[in-house]
Design a protein around this ligand. Structure first.
Ligand SMILES: Nc1ncnc2c1ncn2[C@@H]1O[C@H](COP(=O)(O)OP(=O)(O)O)[C@@H](O)[C@H]1O
Ligand SMILES: [Mg+2]
Length: 373
C-alpha cells in the first residue's frame, strides 16, 4: 500500500512491517532512508519516519502491524542538543553513558547519537549494556561494535566482542555486569574511535539500582551521562550519581512493553539465534568451565542451561544450550551455531526448553565432580 505524508510529520510503523520511501525524504533516528532501501521493522518494534520532504511510502504490514501518522518530530529537541554537547568535548575518545528505565528510549537515543556522529565522519563504538533487551550480542550478553556508517537499528551490528552474563536481569549479576562492561570498555579504549556510547540496562528504581549504577559510573568513567527521563521517576538515582549528567526527554511516542512482552521478544531472539544450530561434543580435557555452581550433576537439570562459549584470548564465540555431560567419553554436549572450537564454557542461570522458552535455574548442589573424573 502507498501512503503520502506531508513534510514535518512522522509516520510511526509498528512491525512486523517493511517500508520503502518511493519519493521525498524521510529520516529514521537520524538515518536518511534512500529510495533503494527497504526498511524492515521487526515484531514488537516501532520505527519513526520523520518526513523532511513530502514523501510517498510503500508499506507492507504483517500480522498486528500498525501505521500511524503524527504531527511533528517524535525525536525531542534535547536529543539534538545532546549531540552538540558530545561534540563539544575536546577529549578523544569522549565516553557517553545512557541511563533510563526500560522503554525510556535508550536504544533509540543511542541509535540517534551514533547516526548523528557517524554522519559527521566520526568513528563511534557502541557498548550495549542493556542486558534484558540486548541489541548487539545474543540475549544474556553485553557486547560492543564499532560503527562507521549510519544504521536503522543497533541490531544490524555484528559484535566485535561480547561478555556472557548468563542472566537477563542485572540485579542478579551486579558484579558480572560491572566486570563485563569494564572489560569490553577497556578493549574499546585500545581502538581508534572518537566517541564511545555506553547503553545500560533499565534497572533504575530503588536503592540497589542506584548503588549499582553509581558503581558502574565509577568503574566506566564516562565523560558525560545522559539520563532519559519520562516523568520524575528517578530523582533518587540522579542524586546518588554525583556526576556530570544531562537530563534528556523521553519521546512522546515511546511504546511500553510488559515484562512478558520483553521475554517473548528475547525468546524470538533465541529461536532466531539457534536456527541451524547443531549439537557439538566438546572434550572436557580441553575446556575451562566457569561458574560451574550453576550447573548441577543431575542430567535432568543440566539440560537446557544457557552457556557462553569463548575461544582463545577470551574472544566471545557465541552462546549455546547445554545438552549433557558424558562421563564415559569425557565430553560436554552443547547445542550451538558456533563452529570454532571453544576453550572456555561459562554457565548461565537461564534454562531454555526445546522451544527456547525461558525458565529459571534454581539448582543448589554445586559440585561438578563428574567433569573431573
Ligand atoms: N523518538 C522516538 N520516536 C518514536 N518512537 C520511539 C522513540 N523513542 C523510542 N521509541 C519507541 O519506544 C519503544 C521503546 O524504545 P527503546 O528505544 O527500545 O527503549 P529502551 O531501549 O529504553 O527500552 C520502541 O518501540 C521505540 O521504537
Ligand atoms: Mg533497549
Amino acid at each position: 500500500m502507498n501512503q503520502i505524508v506531508e513534510h514535518g510529520k512522522t509516520l510511526l510503523v509498528v512491525g512486523p512491517a517493511a517500508v520503502s520511501v518511493i519519493s521525498g525524504k524521510a529520516e529514521v533516528l537520524g538515518f536518511l532512508v534512500n529510495d533503494k532501501h527497504r526498511v524492515v521493522i521487526r515484531e514488537g518494534k516501532q520505527l519513526p519516519f520523520f518526513v523532511k520532504e513530502k514523501a510517498v511510502f510503500d508499506i507492507s504490514l504483517g500480522e498486528n502491524a500498525t501505521v500511524e501518522e503524527v504531527d511533528g518530530n517524535t525525536i525531542p529537541d534535547s536529543w539534538a542538543d545532546a549531540v552538540e554537547v558530545l561534540r563539544g568535548f575536546h577529549k578523544r575518545p569522549t565516553v557517553a553513558m545512557v541511563i533510563g528505565k526500560a522503554d525510556a528510549g535508550k536504544t533509540s537515543f543511542c541509535t540517534y547519537l551514533v547516526n548523528s556522529l557517524v554522519s559527521a565522519k566520526q568513528r563511534v563504538a557502541i557498548l550495549d549494556g542493556d542486558l534484558g533487551q540486548s541489541d548487539i550480542g545474543p540475549p544474556c550478553t553485553v557486547a560492543y561494535a564499532c560503527v562507521t556508517k549510519p544504521l536503522i537499528e543497533l541490531y544490524e551490528l555484528k559484535a566485535e566482542n561480547a561478555f556472557f552474563v548468563g542472566v537477563t536481569s542485572p540485579s542478579e549479576a551486579v558484579d558480572k555486569m560491572i566486570e563485563g562492561l569494564a572489560l569490553m570498555k577497556s578493549e574499546i579504549m585500545s581502538k581508534t574511535v572518537e566517541f564511545v556510547v555506553i547503553n545500560t540496562d533499565g534497572w533504575v528504581e530503588g536503592d540497589d539500582a542506584a548503588q549499582y549504577k553509581a558503581q558502574l559510573v565509577e568503574k566506566l568513567e564516562p565523560d558525560i551521562i545522559f539520563y532519559i527521563q519520562q516523568k520524575n521517576e528517578s530523582a533518587q538515582l540522579l542524586e546518588t550519581i554525583d556526576f556530570k549528567k544531562i537530563v534528556v526527554d523521553s519521546s512522546s511516542a515511546v511504546r511500553q512493553r510488559s515484562p512478558e512482552k520483553r521475554r517473548l521478544l528475547r525468546e524470538m531472539s533465541y529461536a532466531k539465534y539457534f536456527a541451524g544450530a547443531k549439537v557439538r561434543s566438546l572434550l572436557l580435557s580441553q575446556l575451562k568451565l566457569e561458574e560451574k555452581e550453576f550447573w548441577q550433576i543431575k542430567q535432568a537439570t543440566e539440560r537446557g542451561l544457557l552457556v557462553g562459549l569463548y575461544g582463545p584470548n577470551r574472544k566471545f564465540l557465541g552462546i549455546g544450550i547445554m545438552q549433557e555431560i558424558d562421563p564415559k567419553r569425557k565430553t560436554l554436549k552443547v547445542l550451538t551455531s558456533v563452529s570454532a572450537v571453544p576453550s572456555i564454557v561459562a554457565f548461565g542461570k537461564i534454562r531454555l526448553n526445546e522451544n527456547f522458552k525461558e525458565a529459571h535455574f534454581s539448582g543448589s548442589n554445586a559440585v561438578a565432580d563428574k567433569i573431573k573424573g
